[in-house]
Design a protein around this ligand. Structure first.
Ligand code: URA
Ligand code: SF4
Length: 197
């Protein structure tokens, strides 16, 4: 498993499949524990991530780490990645073409790690993976699509200047890990939106 992820990582590092390869400093492959029950999916690398080649290491990443810490989970225990692996200029939202070109890498990460649940962070991931919008309306919900469970929450960057959203993110992450505990015990969890039926 680790070896397969290592291959994806190398492919991402060398990738020139879309325009973002021309402006990035470093590609940012997914990072973390390949035995993780959950994959966190953000939007795209920002400035810090672009400079260092690691996902969620800037201010947004600190917010995510803090929310995880509150439930006793470290970054190293989970797997963290993004919809696109290279920074869009001026942090603009990645285009549909860029997302579609990059999606093969995320598809591979998911198929290797086989997470019990995928945690969608914010609108770009929500839209790219489930065709959704208005994450603030749907956050906290569990979605099932093609036999994969998803959990929806806000993007950690949205909490930077918003105290209310910090509480929302913390509460959602707490719920997420309660759900994961139930899934590990083979308990049925409540699906809020089922795209399969
Ligand atoms: N925002 C994201 O969506 N991803 C990162 O890796 C960092 C900030
Ligand atoms: Fe390749 Fe994805 Fe980077 Fe585009 S964003 S160059 S598809 S790794």
């Amino acid at each position: 498993m680790g070896q397969k992820l290592e291959i994806i990582k190398q492919n991402v590092i060398e990738c020139t499949k879309c325009e973002l390869s021309k402006t990035r400093l470093n590609s940012v492959p997914g990072k973390g524990n390949f035995h993780s029950s959950v994959i966190f999916v953000g939007e795209a690398p920002g400035k810090n991530e672009d400079q260092n080649g690691e996902p969620f290491i800037g201010i947004a990443g600190k917010k995510l780490s803090a929310a995880l810490e509150e439930v006793g989970v470290t970054r190293e225990e989970v797997y963290i990645t993004n919809i696109v692996k290279c920074r869009p200029p001026k942090n603009r939202v990645p285009t549909t073409i860029e997302r579609n070109t990059c999606q093969e890498y995320l598809r591979q990460e998911i198929s290797i790690i086989k997470p019990k649940i995928i945690c969608i962070l914010g609108n770009t991931a929500f839209n790219s993976l489930l065709g959704g919008s208005e994450i603030t309306k749907f956050r906290g919900k569990v979605v099932k699509k093609e036999n994969q469970l998803y959990f929806l929450t806000v993007h950690p960057a949205a909490t930077i200047y918003n105290q209310e959203l910090i509480k929302v993110l913390s509460g959602d992450i707490k719920k997420l890990f309660e759900l994961i505990a139930e899934l590990k015990n083979n308990k049925e969890i409540k699906i809020d939106i089922d795209y399969s039926s």
